[in-house]
Design a protein around this ligand. Structure first.
Ligand code: ATP
Length: 219
C-alpha cells in the first residue's frame, strides 16, 4: 500500500447518467480514491446486437460531465486497445501506466451477479479490489456473492448500510458491497425517454443532457 488509489469504473455509458456519476463521487469520498476513471468500452461483449452510440459520443459525454470534478476522469484505454479488451487486460494495462497504484474495479450489482461468466473472473477477483454498487431493488438481497467460489466468497466485505471501509481492508483480494447511492436509473430508460420526447434533465448531468440534444442522440 501507499501508492495511488485508483477507481476504475467500466461500462457502456450510453449515456453516462446520474447513477454512474453519483456512485463515482460517493466512492471517491468513501474509499479515498486519488482518481476514478470511467472507462467506456469499445463494444462490450455481452451487448452485441444492441445498437450502441459511437465511442466518440460516449467518451465526450463523460468528459463533459466530469470536467469540474477534480478526481473524476474518462480514460480512452479501451477505445485505444487494438482488439476489444477484457476487463482483466484493461486493469493490467492501467497498472502498467500507474505503477504501484492500488486499483479498485467498480461495477453495479447486476454486473456482479454475472461476473462468474467473465473472462478469467477468478483471477480478476483475486488480483484486484472489487467495489460493487447496489442497484435499486437489489440492496436487500442477502447473499450477493453466492455464485463465487468459497475462498472468494470469504473475501466479501459487506459495507451495506453506508458503512465506510477500513484502511486495513485495502489489500487484495477484497470484494466490497456498497450502497452509498441508490439511483433507480438506467441508460436504457434514458434512451427510451429521449425517443419518446420526454425530459431527461433529472436523469443525467446537465452537460450530458445538452450534448444529447445537440447531437440528436437516441432519437
Ligand atoms: P443499459 O441500460 O444500457 O444496460 P446501464 O444503465 O446499466 O446501461 P452501463 O453503462 O451498462 O449502464 O453500466 C456500467 C456499470 O454501471 C455496470 O456495472 C452497471 O451495473 C452499473 N450501473 C449502471 N446504472 C447503475 C445504477 N443506477 N446503480 C448502480 N450501478 C449502476
Amino acid at each position: 500500500m501507499g501508492g495511488e488509489r485508483i477507481g476504475v469504473y467500466g461500462g457502456t455509458f450510453d449515456p453516462l447518467h446520474i447513477g454512474h456519476f453519483r456512485i463515482a463521487e460517493a466512492l471517491v469520498e468513501a474509499f479515498g480514491f486519488d482518481r476514478l476513471f470511467f472507462v467506456p468500452a469499445s463494444v462490450p461483449p455481452h451487448k452485441r446486437g444492441v445498437e450502441i452510440s459511437s465511442p466518440h459520443h460516449r467518451y465526450a459525454m463523460i468528459a463533459l460531465a466530469t470536467q469540474n470534478s477534480p478526481r473524476l476522469f474518462v480514460s480512452p484505454i479501451e477505445l485505444e486497445a487494438p482488439a476489444r479488451p477484457y476487463t482483466i487486460e484493461t486493469l493490467a494495462r492501467l497498472e502498467g501506466r500507474y505503477p504501484g497504484a492500488d486499483l479498485f474495479f467498480v461495477m453495479g450489482a447486476d454486473s456482479f451477479a454475472e461476473v462468474n461468466i467473465w473472462r478469467d473472473y477468478e483471477q480478476l477477483l483475486r488480483e484486484y479490489r472489487i467495489v460493487v454498487a447496489m442497484r435499486e431493488g437489489q440492496e436487500e438481497r442477502t447473499d450477493l456473492a453466492a455464485h463465487l467460489t468459497p475462498d472468494l466468497h470469504a473475501q466479501v466485505i459487506d459495507l451495506r448500510g453506508q458503512k465506510r471501509p477500513r484502511e486495513g481492508d485495502f489489500g487484495t483480494p477484497h470484494i466490497f458491497l456498497t450502497d452509498f447511492v441508490l439511483e433507480d436509473v438506467s441508460a436504457t430508460q434514458i434512451r427510451k425517454a429521449v425517443a419518446d420526447r420526454e425530459t431527461i434533465d433529472h436523469l443525467v448531468p446537465r452537460d450530458v443532457s445538452s450534448y444529447i440534444a445537440k447531437y440528436r442522440l437516441y432519437q
